[in-house]
Design a binder for this molecule. Structure first.
Ligand SMILES: [Zn+2]
Length: 190
């Protein structure tokens, strides 16, 4: 089942998401599958639960489209539950990021190249792992979502000002996208 993707401006994208208790969510695998289906339909490489309206610490990633640059990403398809970043290291580097909740805007974002992460997989098996390169990059972007942050927050005041109008248009639904989205309520009658 595909979900509509929540657009920029919805408060759910600004909430710090809560941990998932395996007892309360025995059907987490079904949710993970639906999130992958939603992500593939929109041709994304990552999707976080707040982007489908669920304020839960869950995100899914399939980084295989990056395997031209980094061949080891060919089979990189993972679900991350209750993730916590333990450490980020190295010199920040720029990468042109986009986001399914913020269609058609792409901007260079600086992040550290290495991230150490504690998380559970869809079987609630615990992992502690270090990721580098583009895998780290996608994880950091999705992790921001479960912390209520967006990549546009990291831009310079000038870049923010330059894209402000387009962000407002997105939140009003004044944009064409070829996947299903849900836009925050637009106030009428003014
Ligand atoms: Zn995003």
């Amino acid at each position: 089942m595909k979900y509509p993707i929540i657009a920029y401006g919805d408060p759910v994208l600004r909430r710090v998401a809560t941990n998932i208790d395996p007892v309360e969510y025995p059907h987490i695998k079904e949710l993970v599958e639906n999130m992958f289906e939603t992500m593939y339909a929109a041709r994304g490489v990552g999707l976080a639960a707040p982007q489908v309206g669920l304020s839960m610490r869950l995100f899914v990633i399939d980084a295989s489209p990056f395997d031209d640059d980094e061949p080891q990403l060919k089979d990189f398809k993972k679900a991350f539950i209750n993730a916590q970043i333990l450490e980020e290291t190295g010199e920040e580097w720029p990468f042109n990021e986009g986001c399914l909740s913020i269609p058609e805007i792409r901007e260079d974002v600086y992040r550290k190249p290495e991230v150490r992460l504690s998380y559970y997989d869809e079987n609630f098996k615990h992992h502690e792992e270090t990721f580098t390169g583009l895998a780290a990059r996608v994880i950091q972007h999705e992790y921001d979502h479960i912390e209520g942050k967006l990549f546009t927050d990291k831009l310079s005041p000038l870049r923010k000002r330059l894209i402000q109008k387009r962000l407002t248009d997105i939140s009003k639904g004044e944009i064409k996208v070829d996947y299903r989205m849900k836009f925050p309520a637009v106030k009428k009658g003014r």
